[in-house]
Ligand binder design. Structure first.
Ligand SMILES: [Cu+2]
Length: 856
């Protein structure tokens, strides 16, 4: 506190000095960081002039990357606003190790502001003169889960607005770059490109970011995105807020409200005990006030009582999922969410201005802007995060407080709440055109992607994990910076993507440059009024369908052309390879795709021939080239087929769920032609089917024919088998083993035949096991067999009684064969009918297969 006061300039006017002293005394008792001293009583410029990272903290690391002590009052991040269409800032990237051995990273301006909130208007230019001042020999600890990390990088042409060598930079632990999360700026070096832009330690680089004129107003953020090292740099604290002004113009009810920006982060625990399930995976902080295990001393937010305020909250943590709650006297309070991921709810097509929630889920990277009513005097109020179950393989994200909210009359005017600012009181009603009417746009394609994980050594459960995000039909591969794009689309289009989570921990789908709308969760339509750039997909619990979201991806804006990434925003996973590249080509010519199928009713795994014709939409000419994907309910059937003269044909077995599915042909586009999707063809798939190639066997031996059982993918009823022989097949018996099964598999039909034998041993109707003696004459076999069978199960008793009687008769006749010879089974080809039955009564389903049995 004293030191903080000491650095105040003596030249300040009396009023300012008084305010500052009061300010220091009340707010900064635990605050060692001068760069947070932003408040209306001091102009940003004044502050900038005298702010250097504080030399006053208990930790020498505060001199480089300053942090508050636990329990501090939450101050607003310092802010820099654009002027005359430009926000120009000089910023360096620093790292230091604190007294607990934790590596801190930070962005600090040349005026000493740490992680300033950058406030720009749509259409502005954001210029950052950036200097990477990390030590070149920096060696951050490597997480165990980075087994899949592949950092190979070779020079190649990157579209750029810069000629710097950083546009084809060299990977190292001390290299970095900046990603402007959520913005829709161009994916080119010098703006928002993270695959090849790598600024070496000691190197300076100029970002000249053109904020689109139609950028939706709201909360964005910036952070380092060097593949393989993003987690460490973000978790070290190098994140900041970026606000595009004008939210009150889209939602005029916000005009004049007090606004606060809260930047949530996560950070390493000292002596982290990773295997203790009672310890959180990471500690938290709010505007650099840490909330640490085990005490969880909350930060303090000071407010005026009973006022509406706009809270703009960003989860800039690397790995932690926040599930926020605003509690007053222990009761969760509804908050009015007015924007998600930098997009106003009021700008969407839902017709809603806001959404009332008592929980706000913020996966890493996401933002929520909501209106709360501050507590009354004497209320006990808190901003907290609830427990979030991230799955058996996930991090422990426990419930814990973030900040106590303390109301005090007149607090705002007395300069005690530097966290508070005001939105302009005058709103000029404005509409947002970007992402307009996305829910009703027509998708040109449906793709299916999934998150998955494998152990590096599948036989060793302790080996590191590799992380994948894969488009269905492709081979899961760990992301490398040299790789070609996994997905190519054309600008001007809209696609539906179903993203599944096939891993036993949550994954967070995020894509750069564009936003999407969630249409379905686990196959069920949802009414989500938000347009997002980040969404949590819950973990798979090890059985049943994979959790999924269906999102409508908006590639319509002509500004977003080029190559960029989509990935899991748990940065540990992104660093470990859970990332893919998408190439957005300039808008092409329209194509049309039509599809036809050789049958509309198919048994499971039955064969079908699919044909697609792709043509120039304007002329009908068969000019498009490239591949056609045949898809059943959006899932690939067979491999993609190259077009030949505008036509693709695929003969393939097909399976799916019982009932009617939609078959489509998806043309994936080429350099000239846009993607297109055919109209759906309904294909009905039956419950199960039996097939058999039959068999050939010598007379007197067991004829074994496989019975193939193909079952629709969701059909789980047991199927019981019977067999029936033609009357012409005498002296013989049949049975199916097993006599009942569930799901797709193979059973076996056995047909036993009898060679010529003494006339006396005429063949009773017996089950096949009795007839399995091959060339032994039947009556003698029976006599030998009978005593052994006496102890068989009760189900056989009735048969044995009958058989014993018959045997007694044989004995009376004798089995020496002296009484004459019967011809046995005649050689020839017979049709044995195998019937499968599932269910009972009226719901019973029967299917038969004719099995040709040739007896030689
Ligand atoms: Cu993940």
């Amino acid at each position: 506190m004293n030191a903080a006061r000491n650095v105040l300039p003596r030249s300040n006017r009396v009023l300012s000095s008084l305010l500052l002293i009061l300010f220091s005394a009340l707010v900064l008792s635990a605050n060692a960081q001068q760069s947070h001293l932003t408040h209306g009583a001091i102009s940003e410029q004044d502050l900038a002039k005298r702010s250097t990272p504080a030399a006053t903290g208990s930790d020498t690391a505060d001199q480089v990357c300053a942090r508050f002590t636990t329990g501090s009052v939450v101050s607003a991040p310092p802010e820099l606003r654009s002027q005359n269409g430009v926000l120009e800032v000089t910023m360096q990237f620093l790292a230091t190790t604190d007294s607990q051995g934790l590596l801190r990273y930070c962005y600090v301006t040349n005026t000493g502001l740490e992680a300033p909130t950058l406030r720009v208007n749509p259409g502005d230019q954001l210029i950052i003169h950036f200097q990477n001042n990390l030590p070149a020999n920096l060696t951050p600890p490597t997480p165990a889960d980075m087994a899949g990390m592949n950092m190979t990088l070779s020079a190649k042409d990157t579209p750029a607005t810069s000629t710097s060598s950083a546009c084809n930079g060299t990977m190292s632990a001390a290299a970095t770059n900046i990603h402007f999360h959520g913005t829709n700026v161009a994916p080119v070096c010098g703006q928002d490109e993270v695959i090849h832009t790598l600024i070496a330690p000691g190197q300076s680089f100029d970002y000249k970011v053109q904020i689109p004129a139609n950028e939706p107003p709201g909360l964005y953020w910036y952070h380092p995105h060097p593949h393989g090292f993003s987690e460490g740099q973000v978790q070290g604290g190098a994140t900041g807020a970026l606000i595009v002004e004008g939210l009150q113009n889209v939602n005029t009810s916000l005009a004049g409200l007090t606004e606060r920006t809260f930047v949530l982060r996560d950070q390493l625990l000292p002596n982290s005990e990773l295997n203790d399930t009672n310890i959180p995976a990471w500690d938290l902080s709010i505007n650099y006030v840490p909330v640490t295990y085990p005490g969880y001393t909350p930060a303090v937010i000071q407010t005026n009582p009973g006022q509406q305020e706009l809270w703009r909250v960003a989860n800039t943590g690397a790995d932690t999922i926040f599930n926020l709650q605003y509690l007053v006297n222990g009761t969760p309070q509804p908050v009015q969410i007015v924007a998600i991921d930098g997009y106003p709810i009021a700008a969407g097509s839902s017709g809603q201005q806001s959404e009332s929630e008592t929980s706000v889920l913020l996966p890493p990277g996401s933002r929520a802007e909501f209106v709360i009513t501050t507590p009354n005097l004497g209320d006990k109020a808190q901003l907290a995060t609830q427990y979030w179950n991230t799955g058996p393989d996930g991090d422990f994200d426990p419930a814990r407080p973030i900040a106590n909210i303390v109301s005090q009359a007149g607090v705002e005017n007395s300069a005690v709440t530097p966290a508070a600012k005001h939105l302009p009181s005058k709103a000029v009603a404005a509409k947002v055109t970007r992402f307009a009417a996305l829910a009703s746009a027509t998708p040109i394609a449906q793709r299916n992607l999934y998150f998955s994980e494998t152990l590096l050594d599948p036989t060793n459960p302790l080996s590191p994990t590799t992380f994948f995000i894969t488009e269905v039909g492709q081979t899961p591969t760990v992301f490398t910076m040299d790789q070609p794009p996994n997905i190519t689309v054309h600008s001007g289009t809209v696609e539906d993507w179903v993203v599944e989570n096939r891993a036993e921990e949550d994954h967070i789908f995020h894509i750069h440059q564009i936003h999407f709308q969630v249409l379905e969760v686990n196959g069920q339509p949802v009414n989500d009024p938000a347009i997002r750039d980040t969404v949590d997909i819950p973990y798979w619990n090890g059985s049943g369908p994979y959790p999924s979201v269906k999102v409508r991806m908006d590639f319509r804006d002509p500004n977003v052309i080029g190559t960029f990434v989509y990935h899991c925003h748990i940065l540990e996973h992104e660093d470990g390879g859970m990332m893919g590249e998408i190439l957005v080509l300039p808008g092409g010519s329209a194509s049309t795709t039509s599809a036809a199928a050789s049958a509309t009713s198919v048994s499971p795994n039955g064969n079908i021939t699919l044909t697609a014709n792709v043509a120039d939409a304007a002329t009908g000419a068969a000019k498009p080239t490239g591949l056609v994907h045949f898809e059943l309910n959006g899932l690939n059937v067979g491999n993609p087929v190259p077009l030949v003269n505008g036509k693709a044909v695929l003969s393939t077995p097909i399976n799916g769920v019982v009932g009617t599915s939609n078959l489509t042909a998806f043309y994936q586009g080429d350099a000239t032609y846009n993607e297109s999707l055919s109209a759906a063809i309904p294909i009905t798939i039956s419950t199960f089917a039996l097939s058999s190639p039959g068999t050939t066997a010598p007379l007197g031996s067991a004829a074994l024919a496989p019975i193939n059982v193909d079952v629709a993918t969701n059909y789980t009823a047991p199927i019981a088998f019977t067999c029936a022989m033609p009357s012409s097949l005498t002296e013989s018996a049949c049975f199916v083993n097993p006599n009942s099964m569930t799901g797709t598999g193979q059973a076996s039909l056995t047909v036993n035949t009898t060679p010529s034998h003494p006339l006396s041993s005429s063949r009773p109707k017996t089950p096949g096991w009795l007839a399995a003696g091959g060339g032994t004459t039947f009556a003698c076999l029976f006599l030998i067999a009978l005593p052994r069978r006496k102890t068989r199960v009760q189900a056989m008793l009735a048969f044995i009684t009958t058989a014993a009687f018959t045997a007694a008769l044989f004995m009376a006749i004798g089995c020496s064969g002296s009484a004459g010879t019967a011809p046995g089974t005649a050689k020839g080809t017979y049709t044995v009918v195998v019937t499968g039955t599932s269910g009972t009564g009226a719901s019973a389903i029967q299917t038969t297969v004719n099995v040709p049995i040739t007896i030689q």
